[in-house]
Write a protein that binds this ligand. Structure first.
Ligand SMILES: Cc1ncc(C[n+]2csc(CCOP(=O)(O)OP(=O)(O)O)c2C)c(N)n1
Ligand SMILES: [Mg+2]
Length: 280
């Protein structure tokens, strides 16, 4: 093991990291009075697997040229990304308290010029994957072995720019690119299927030439296994991670209203009690 390797060696450690990402995101949002807790909680297990078990990065040298690239294209889930970066050592955990405040390095949406470990600016949906395709092509041109990982929201998959990127990644045979779709079936104010249906999403990705796996996005063991499997040469990889918006908190799960509602102090306490209880 060298200092670039991810820190977790067991699924229990990844599960614990996911819990810390959820609690950190919740407190960050409650403190700032803004954020997107529902989509932070749907993606927390995926972030824990990536930062805990997959990504080779260097918190002491965020621009290390051989690092894996990770793009949180659903940039509204910034609080979970910042928490994951803090827990991996890119930021002091205490800095999370500055989220969205004056002069903070941690804006409401990620900014690569401010936050160590952020690879590209996101927030306007539909741009992270096209940038990731460019990064994967860049790696190929340099003969580099690092991988590019992109998380998109499922509502975000309604953006046409993604489908252009998906088509081109297959055309270029980018087997060094992994797309993870946070398939929580909700977007800002309603369900994805009633707004602009995506199903059958996996069949569409396969038809575009991607090696596609559908799995439970809260099953960290399975996700970790799939991400460590050898790639199919010449084929980009997609994972449709079926998730629940607000996962882990009874009064948030599956409710569009928790897309960007801010919890009260009482709700924060109840949520932490449920999250920590669910672990034992
Ligand atoms: C181009 C663009 N249009 C609209 C928005 C406003 N917006 C922010 S989050 C969101 C919903 C995204 O839904 P989804 O991608 O499913 O994310 P998740 O459910 O994981 O929160 C919208 C419409 C935006 N950020 N960018
Ligand atoms: Mg969604």
């Amino acid at each position: 093991m060298d200092r670039h390797d991810p820190p977790c060696t067991t699924t229990d450690e990844i599960t614990d990291l996911a819990l810390r990402i959820r609690i950190g995101s919740l407190q960050t949002i409650a403190n700032a009075g803004l954020g997107h807790v529902g989509g932070d909680f749907s993606v927390s297990d995926i972030l824990a697997v990536l930062y805990g078990g997959i990504l080779r990065v260097d918190p002491s040298d965020p621009q290390w040229p051989d690092r894996d690239r990770f793009i949180m294209s659903k940039g509204h889930a910034a609080a979970s990304l910042y928490t994951a970066l803090a827990l991996r050592g890119f930021l002091p955990e205490s800095e999370l308290a500055t989220f969205a405040g004056p002069h903070s390095r941690l804006g409401g949406h990620p900014d690569r010029s401010k936050t160590p470990g952020v690879e590209t600016n996101t927030g306007p949906l539909g741009h992270g994957l096209p940038v990731g395709v460019g990064m994967a092509i860049g790696a190929r041109m340099k003969g580099a072995t690092w991988r590019t990982y992109v998380i998109v929201g499922d509502g975000e998959m309604q953006e046409g720019s993604n489908w252009e990127a998906i088509m081109y990644a297959a055309h270029r045979g980018l087997d060094n690119l992994t797309l993870l779709v946070d398939r929580n079936r909700l977007q800002q104010g309603a369900g994805t299927e009633e707004t602009n249906a995506l199903d059958p999403l996996d069949a569409k990705l396969r038809a575009f030439g991607w090696d596609t796996t559908v799995l439970d996005g809260h099953d960290v063991g399975t996700l970790w296994d799939v991400l460590r499997q050898p790639v199919i040469p010449g084929t980009p990889r997609a994972i449709v991670a079926e998730t629940v918006k607000g996962k882990g908190v009874s009064f948030m799960e599956g409710l569009a209203a928790w897309h960007h509602r801010v919890p009260t102090d009482e709700q924060v306490d109840q949520a932490i009690a449920e999250l920590t209880g669910a672990r034992s």
